[in-house]
Design a protein around this ligand. Structure first.
Ligand SMILES: Cc1cc2nc3c(=O)[nH]c(=O)nc-3n(C[C@H](O)[C@H](O)[C@H](O)COP(=O)(O)O)c2cc1C
Length: 279
């Protein structure tokens, strides 16, 4: 008789097209099931999120590991409709931003550490790319941990990196000082619908054993395109006037079209203008 499929296996099989083995007696299956079944949410109920809950989730998020315990990821909470709408106005292609009850902005804070060095009367000979990189990584980890915590509490989230298309305007709107930059925003709310699992590249493509390998990338990508299209076909094709209409329109065609146009080419200039040195 075939083994029954656990919720973790069901979600991961939809995600990766592979039935993963789960050792008998493994603990934490509830948490693994939630992680495996992750999906972003872009439609929310008109229901507030209690401030205490939001604070609790921020505390959980900021419990994440931090590079050298430097704690360079910050969270900015936006509840005021006027500010959320001012950001939403910059991004009419993402109407879910306008409807979100709460909008968070995860910040790379490369400011506090040099301020602390100054407070302690010490030199700070580390104002180079690594300061920006460490702060960005910390902010991204805080963001992911927030998402995990929020999903555990039944909330839905959608990270929003397109705020960086308008980085300078968002920075002004939020009064971000030098050496503090937005990594991503995040819509957070009570989900209005369940949403579906998005298939990912196969584990053979993205998990490397002992050394990096890239065996048959074209074959792997093609197989992924087809597996994904069977479960979550694209409804629209990008830029048909430029690239024509593809008979088969998969993930790789979509991503290649998306990145055939310069995106956020001014972001380096913005980061430098905010006082980070990227050398
Ligand atoms: C750093 C980051 C930035 C993202 N930015 C956006 C965004 O600007 N707008 C949006 O609608 N979704 C955004 N997303 C959501 C992704 O589109 C989504 O995670 C992806 O399609 C996979 O879907 P899933 O998370 O449900 O598996 C972002 C996700 C991440 C991790």
């Amino acid at each position: 008789m075939p083994e029954p499929v656990s919720p973790v296996q069901a979600a991961l099989s939809e995600r990766f097209g592979e039935r993963l083995k789960i050792g008998a007696g493994l603990s934490g299956l509830d948490e693994l099931a939630r992680i495996a079944a992750h999906r972003v949410h872009r439609n929310f109920l008109a229901r507030e999120i209690a401030p205490d809950l939001l604070r609790l989730l921020c505390a959980c998020a900021l419990s994440a590991p931090s590079k050298s315990d430097l704690q360079q990821g910050d969270i900015l909470i936006l509840r005021e409709k006027a500010t959320i709408h001012a950001i939403a106005d910059l991004l009419p292609e993402m109407p879910w931003l306008r409807e979100t009850p709460v909008f968070l902005v995860f910040l790379a804070n490369g400011r506090r550490l040099p301020q602390i060095s100054q407070m302690r009367g010490k030199p700070f000979p580390n104002d180079h790319l690594d300061l920006f990189f460490n702060a960005t990584v910390d902010a991204a980890i805080v963001m992911t941990t927030f998402l995990r915590a929020a999903e555990a509490a039944g909330l839905g989230c959608c990270p929003i990196s397109v705020i960086r298309d308008h980085a300078a305007k968002v920075s002004d709107l939020l009064a971000l000082p030098p050496k503090v930059v937005p990594v991503a925003g995040m819509c957070v709310g009570w989900p209005a619908e369940e949403g579906g699992i998005t298939p990912r590249l196969s584990l053979d493509t993205t998990v490397h054993e002992e050394r990096f390998h890239e065996n048959d990338l074209a074959g792997e990508i093609d197989a992924y395109d087809r597996r994904r299209a069977a479960l979550r076909p694209y409804r629209n094709q990008r830029e048909t006037e430029r690239f024509g209409r593809a008979d088969f329109y998969g993930w790789s065609e979509d991503k290649a079209r998306q990145y055939a146009t310069p995106l956020r080419a001014d972001f380096g200039a913005f980061v430098r203008a905010k006082g980070f040195h990227l050398d």
